[in-house]
Design a protein around this ligand. Structure first.
Ligand code: 4NP
Length: 149
């Protein structure tokens, strides 16, 4: 599986989602390709937000080496599954889809925990609740691995 995690800035939620899924794949012996990107490009080249790096450290993952980049149409060729953190991300990613068929690759990540509910991962950039985000992404990544392995 090749999985791309996508949020707005690619500095808070999707870098954590990438790090968590990478850690779980390594623990499960799965050779998946995992990356993350943002719909905005506002933080291109930047490391994750220090608060995301810190919450990752508390749970034993190191995301400090990641660099923000913008999501592009080419990601639809490179990845099997493109996971949006909220509905704004979801709609922005769909605008990049090269074909109607490729839109099927885009899913709301929390639908793996709450099927069909289209719940968002709340943006901790504004409310500072990184622990809640970690818990939601941790549950989602468990379900994703169960779904595809
Ligand atoms: P993210 O959070 O989409 O989870 O990376 C944000 C990061 C930066 C901004 C907004 C949300 N910003 O406005 O710069």
């Amino acid at each position: 599986m090749k999985v791309l995690m996508v949020c707005l800035g690619n500095i808070c939620r999707s870098p954590l989602a990438q790090g968590i899924l990478e850690q779980k794949c390594a623990a499960a012996g799965l050779d998946w390709k995992i990356d993350s990107a943002g719909t905005s490009g506002w933080h291109d080249g930047e490391a994750p937000d220090p608060r995301s790096i810190e919450i990752g450290r508390e749970y034993g993952i190191d995301i400090s080496g990641q660099q923000s980049r913008k999501c592009t149409s080419a990601d639809f060729e490179a990845f099997d599954l493109i996971l949006a953190m909220d509905t704004a991300n979801y709609n922005d990613i769909l605008k990049l889809a090269p074909t109607e068929e490729s839109k099927e690759k885009v899913k709301m990540i929390l639908n793996y925990v709450f099927p069909g509910e289209n719940r968002k991962v709340p943006d901790p950039y504004y409310d500072d609740n990184f622990d809640r985000v970690y818990g939601l992404l941790d549950s989602a990544c468990d379900r994703i691995i169960e779904s595809f392995s």
